[in-house]
Design a protein around this ligand. Structure first.
Ligand SMILES: [Zn+2]
Ligand SMILES: [Zn+2]
Length: 116
């Protein structure tokens, strides 16, 4: 089943040969990964809360373990990475220091979605 993501958009970005798009926090991780793989410099520009909605294509339902972002923190609770990524300094000090790092979610294998 293919539908579109309806999360609040967190960033705007441009992709070669496409118009400017907006993307939610969870999807931005996946897009960064794709860009890295193909060696594309991806610039994500933080959005003010302007009410725009992420419209990335998705299949299945968001993985509950990682909040749909495909990544969890290496802390005891395996907190979805969206939680840590949304923190502003100094609340994210542990991330800045490298004590908390993102790891692939073991439930969805980093996909962020599971078949519902
Ligand atoms: Zn999204
Ligand atoms: Zn997951």
């Amino acid at each position: 089943m293919i539908s579109t993501c309806e999360n609040k958009a967190a960033y705007r970005y441009t992709w070669p040969s496409k118009d400017e798009s907006v993307i939610c926090l969870a999807h931005s991780f996946k897009l960064r990964g794709v860009a890295e793989k193909i060696g594309l410099h991806l610039q994500l520009i933080k959005l003010d809360d302007d009410g725009r909605i992420c419209n990335q294509e998705v299949t299945g339902v968001p993985c509950g373990n990682c909040d749909g972002c495909g990544l969890v923190a290496n802390d005891d609770e395996r907190t979805p990475w969206t939680h840590w990524a949304a923190l502003e300094p100094p609340a994210n000090l542990a991330v800045q220091m490298g004590m908390i790092r993102p790891e692939e979610c073991e439930v969805c294998g980093g996909e962020g979605r599971v078949n519902g």
